[in-house]
Design a protein around this ligand. Structure first.
Ligand code: TYD
Length: 213
């Protein structure tokens, strides 16, 4: 089973992913957590370029292809082998991030991005995607506090430094994309407490597993 988490910055994805891993492991499943960008060795190098504040001269197309390159490597070296070994794979961001950030956020065509993603994911679209939804003002405030606290603004802050307008488009893009793909993407209100959010996520996953038999 392949589960991905999506959302703008500061939605609390990391906390929910850890809770989910523990819960699935308690029921006897073998689980790996991975992420994009940076889920593979080569991906870690790409992540440095993609998120560093100094990458101001990167073009939209270059950014797009680096995310897709990161994904192709990640799928073939991490995601696919783990799925083939019968593990549950949980990825912090995946293909929907490209459609939403580079598409709805930067203005590239989401349909074209869906097709380019088909090349990168090699048949491995997620079974289930949890979209944590929050207003950009609130999310950005949380993400900025975390980056400052962990001293990561220079190395990882390029997207947090984007305008509120950009993050607004990304948030709306996620909701539009989720509505178009509601058989796979479920939207969860991320303004609730972490415990309340997790109760909702568990319910969605149980429902999904039941449907699947
Ligand atoms: P990260 O620090 O992992 O952000 P977060 O903690 O919010 O998940 O940074 C990843 C950034 O890269 C994030 O701002 C979204 C962006 N991104 C894209 O623009 N396109 C993509 O395809 C992916 C995977 C991420």
């Amino acid at each position: 089973m392949f589960i991905t988490f999506e959302g703008i910055e500061g939605t609390g994805k990391t906390t929910q992913i850890k809770l989910l891993k523990d819960w699935l492991e308690e029921s006897g499943r073998d689980v790996i957590i991975t992420l994009e960008p940076g889920g593979s060795r080569i991906g870690k190098e790409l992540r440095k370029i993609l998120l560093n504040m100094d990458s101001t001269d990167i073009t939209g197309e270059c950014e797009l292809f680096l995310y897709l390159a990161d994904r192709a490597q990640h799928v073939s070296q991490v995601v696919r082998p783990a799925l083939e070994a019968g593990k549950v794979v949980i990825s912090d961001r995946f293909a929907d991030s490209t459609i939403v950030y580079q598409g709805y956020g930067r203005g590239l065509d989401p349909k074209l991005l869906r097709e380019l993603n088909d090349v990168a994911v090699c048949g491995h679209w997620p079974d289930l995607t949890i979209l944590l939804d929050i207003e950009p003002e609130m999310g950005l405030k949380r993400a900025m506090t975390r980056n400052l606290h962990e001293n990561k603004m220079q190395e990882e802050g390029r997207f947090e430094a984007e305008s509120l307008d950009f993050h607004g488009r990304v948030r709306e893009g996620y909701l539009t994309w989720a509505a178009l793909n509601n058989e796979r993407i479920v939207v969860v209100d991320a303004t609730k407490t972490p415990d309340a959010i997790f109760v909702e996520i568990k319910a969605k996953i149980e429902e999904f597993m039941l449907d699947r038999g």
